[in-house]
Design a binder for this molecule. Structure first.
Ligand code: DX5
Ligand code: ZN
Length: 219
């Protein structure tokens, strides 16, 4: 059975980049640090790359949940493995060989995940879940923080929850986009294990307190 403890993963995309180290240390109650990599091609926005990821890894012992919103992820995964990623999540829309890539990532001792855009159905990927430690269900169109939560994406979460539990898999279901005090409970009820929160954490007066509040609402 998958663990059902809510894991909270603040996204540093919403942090103040001019003091990134401090911002990573401002969330001691985070379970993971969510690292959003955007290449300006797969998504129409550019964030940062492997060097910044390695810098984040140097200031924290927390696990880095690296979300690759990039084309040709197979070309770049080694950079993120070397940067200290604990889990690498790539988009199924960006590769032809999602199972092969997951096997490669796992062979390096790193957890592997896939993510899907809101318009991509989950059904085609259910047979491959055993190869993945994590699935990120996007509840916004990837590319930007601060967008509105898409509740209809929870249908994918319900499907995943059912299949993962029936098969006794440990794949973690993570939701990403628009998670806040207003939306987190419905996601938890649908069966989400891990919650990414960008603006709800780093837009708050006290980011660590925001994490505690989100966790309480998800419990
Ligand atoms: C969106 C990113 C998200 C984003 C979440 O493309 O994958 O991780 O940072 O930000 P909020 O929580 O503000 O929607
Ligand atoms: Zn993300």
């Amino acid at each position: 059975m998958a663990q059902r403890t809510p894991l909270i993963a603040p996204s540093i995309l919403a942090a103040d980049f001019s003091r990134l180290g401090e911002q990573v240390l401002a969330v001691p109650d985070a379970d993971w640090i969510h690292v959003d990599i955007m290449d300006g091609h797969f998504v129409p926005n550019l964030s940062f790359g492997a060097d910044i990821t390695a810098a984040v890894n140097r200031v924290t012992d927390k696990e880095l949940d690296v979300h690759l919103m990039i084309e040709n992820p197979e070309k770049w995964v080694d950079n993120y493995i070397d940067a200290g990623a604990d889990c690498i999540v790539f988009h199924v829309e960006a590769t032809e060989g999602h199972v092969e890539l997951a096997k490669y990532i796992r062979s390096k001792g790193v957890r592997a995940g896939f993510s899907l855009r809101p318009g991509t159905p989950i059904e085609d990927y259910l047979d491959d879940l055993e190869h993945f430690d994590e699935v990120i269900v996007m509840s916004v169109e990837p590319g930007f923080g601060g967008q509105s939560f898409m509740p209809e994406q929870l249908e994918k979460v319900r499907t995943l929850r059912k299949v993962i539990d029936e098969r006794g898999l440990n794949t973690v279901i993570e939701i990403d986009g628009g998670i806040s005090a207003k939306t987190i409970k419905q996601a938890a009820d649908a069966g989400v294990d891990a919650f990414v929160a960008g603006s709800a954490v780093y837009g708050a007066e006290d980011p660590n307190k925001a994490i505690q509040e989100l966790r309480a609402l998800a419990q």
